[in-house]
Write a new protein. Sequence first.
Length: 393
Amino acid sequence: MEKRDRSDEVNTNTTTDTTPSMPLEGEPESKRQRLEGDGGAAGGGDSHEGGGEDGPSETMKENLMLMKEGGLKLIEAIRSEQIKDVKKVLDEGVGLEVFYENEEGVSPLMVAAEMGLKDISLALLAAGAPWNAVDEKRRSVGDYAREKGHLELYEEFVAHGCRVELIMAAMGKSADKTKKSGDASSMNTDYLKQKLTYEEGRLLDQDKQGVMMGWEKPLMELHAKAITAKGGSMLNIGFGLGLIDQEIQNLKEENGVTTHTIVEPHPDVLAEISRREFDKKEGVTIVKGKWQEAVANGSLGVYDGIFTDTWGEFYADLHEFHEELVVLLKPNGIYSFFNGLCADNQFFYDVYCRVAEMQLTSLGFKVTWQKIELDETALAPATWDGVNGQYFQ
């Protein structure tokens, strides 16, 4: 397909630097976030020798013992700062050493990262050390390197994370050739069945997680300003509190907005749209359902400006939507999205921002980032009082 000149404005970077809290698979999901890397437990996979009701098998106990013994030897070698000693332990080991974690969750790679040992860190990564592990305080290898000022090594970790994620994405696509557009298999369908609550300028799900909150208003105003800059037809995926949709309406005459399409799947949010009479506004079209369904059934057109901010989806879904932009966005159109990619950990945030940029660039987009300062009240404890989990830090 011929690539056309495009522009992508992203306006949600922040300079916030706080204690990281990385959501992992199997834990309550933060807003539009999931880590999809290559980490995993040593000795994983299908096996009839695994533990049962009586506890771990003898084989598993032996593997754990070998992992601990090898891990301790590996950390000792790392502290010597001699790469030959590290490679000796790796060569003589059973392949489990790099997965070792002490009582505080600190891995050999984290030790090397904190010491700023680039060559040793790269050797550990090559041996399969998980780049995306976190310790008991939710600190990643990137955090260990950055906090000690080892910025070159930090960039190496970011680059490695990007490579792994791109490979995993390619493998996933290859293994899922039978998937049809509109299947929305990764959509959090449970969320669509939940009762949502609008209260005090925020939208919460049944678990009190923030689907959307009022502190996002300044960000949404910038997104709206970006995508309406050239006027014309607008598409927004996900209404939430209606922050960006209201701003698009505010800019309608000034920026020459002609049409405004909103895609929203949740019945409670659709009820809020009706209550606020957005469906009666001139030039506004409400498409009920998931964006995947709207793409598949031809409900959408071609737009001058597009924004997306969904809930209950993962990065794979965002990447799938990006691929649809080739059809949905007009030449020289402007696209923006809520940049909440692992936004509660600076390291994972940097990895996914880089991955998103690389994937958008590969689709023929010109990508620009705008760094902004959030109002201090956005991250204040009072703002998150009563909310289960802070999805942006």
